[in-house]
Design a protein around this ligand. Sequence first.
Ligand code: NDP
Length: 451
Amino acid sequence: MSTQQILEAITAGATGDEMAAVPLPEAFRAAHVLRSEVDMWEGVESEDKDPTKSLHVGDVPLPELAPDEVYLANMASSINFNTVWTSIFEPLPTFGFLDRLGKESVWGKRHQQDFHAVGSDSSGVVLRVGSAVRNWKPGDHVTVHCNHVDDQDPSAHDDSMMAANQRIWGFETNYGGLADLSIVKANQLMPKPTHLTWEEAAVNALCASTSYRMLVGGHAARMKQGDNVFVWGATGGIGAYAIQLALNGGATPVGVVSSDHRVKLLEAMGCENVIDRRAENYQFWSDEHTQDEGEWRRLGKKVRSLIGEDPDIVFEHPGRQTMGASVFIARRGGTIVTCAATSGYMIEYDNRHLWMKLKRIVSSHFANYAEAYAMNRLIDQGKIQPVLSEVFTLEDAGIAARKVHRNEAEGKLGVLCLAPEAGLGISDPEKRDRIGEDKITLFQRHARGEL
Ligand code: NDP
C-alpha cells in the first residue's frame, strides 16, 4: 500500500465509493520534530535556530480513526508561524501539549508520540469518514481550519474558541497538514474554493480566519464601514488578509511594512496608505528597558499625515517591539486587537494613554468554525484572494519554515504534499477567469519580480 495509489485515484477523479475502497498505508510521509531533540538548541540565539535542522520529513505510523474524524489526503499545506515555534522549540516544546492531550481520552492518547507531525493548514480530499461523520463523504474536496474542539464539551457551545479543551490542530495536536495524510475532525472541514489550485486553497484558513475574527467577527474589534485600520506586517500572513478585509469591508487601511519591495506589493493590493517602518527608522525602544514616547508621537503624526485621523483599530501582533506605539496611536475610544507577540510577549505600554482615552485592548485567537466558514466563503466568492507567494515541496518544508522565521517571505508559503506539481486542483476555470488570474496570483507575480 502506498500513497501513490491514493494520488492516482484522486487524479483519475475517483467516485466517493472508489475513493473509500483505496487501501490506506500503514505509514505515511510527514514533516515532524522529535522529542529526543528538544534540547538541541541550548545556548543558541532564537534567530540562529534553523528549522531545516529540526524539521524532519519521513514516515510516521497511521493512527486509528476516531468516529468523529476523517482521514484526509493532503494535496497541499502551508507554513504558519506556529510551525516555526514548534521547530525552534520556543517558547516551549510542543510535546507538552501532546502529553496533556494524551491524558484526556483514549483517542487523545494517539497524539502522545515521540514525534510531532506538524502543520495547521490543508487542502485535500476526504478518504474515509468515521462512523459519526454526517456531512462529509469520501471524495469531497475540502479545506481545513485548525480549531480542534471536543463538541461534547458544554464550554464549546457558545464560542468554540472558549472551549476548555480548544487546541490548534498540527500545533497542539499531532497529525497535522504538512504530510501526505492527516486525521481531522469533521467539524474542521470546509468546501474547497473551486477556482483555486490545491496550493492556493491550502494557505488561507489559519491566517485569513485569524484576521477575520480579529477584525470582522463579533468577538474582537468589530470593524465597520469607514473605520481606519492600522495594520502591522501588512504583507505578512495575517496582515495581508487584514488589509483585504479592511478594503472589502469599506474601511481605510494603513499598512506598515519594512522594505520598498513590500511597499510596491501593498500598493498593488490597493492599499493607498503605506508606511515603510525601516525607511522611517522608528526606534520605539531607546534601550532594553526604556521606550521613547517621542517615537510613538512621530508614528502617530505620520498616520495623521496619511489619513487625517487616528486609527479606530490597531491590528497588533509584533508584540513587545510595537505594543507601546500601538496603544498610543489608537484614537480615543479605539481598539487595539492583538493575537500574537512575535518580538516578545512581555508587553509594556503607558496605561495613561489607555484609560484616559478610553481605549481597549482586545485579545483574539484563531477563529471558531462559523468564523472560519464565513472567511472560507469570502475566498470562495473571490472577494478575498489567497496571498500565496511561493511554493515548496514537502521535503523542503524546513527551508520554507526558515524563510518565515527570518521574515524573508511575503504572504504565505505553500507546500505541496500529495500534489505532484503546482497548478492542479482547479475545478471551475470559468469562475477563475471571472475573478481574474491577475488578482488571484498577485503575490506569486510579485515574488517572481513581475510587478
Ligand atoms: P509573518 O511572518 O507572515 O508576518 C509577520 C509580519 O510582521 C512580517 O511580515 C513583518 O512585516 C512584521 N514584523 C515582524 N517583526 C516585527 C517587528 N518587530 N515590528 C514590526 N513588524 C514586525 O507571520 P504571520 O502574519 O503569519 O503571523 C504573525 C504573528 O501572529 C506570529 O507571531 C504568529 O505566531 C501569530 N499568529 C497568531 C495566530 C493566532 O491565532 N493567535 C494565528 C496566526 C498567526 P514587516 O517586516 O514588513 O514590517
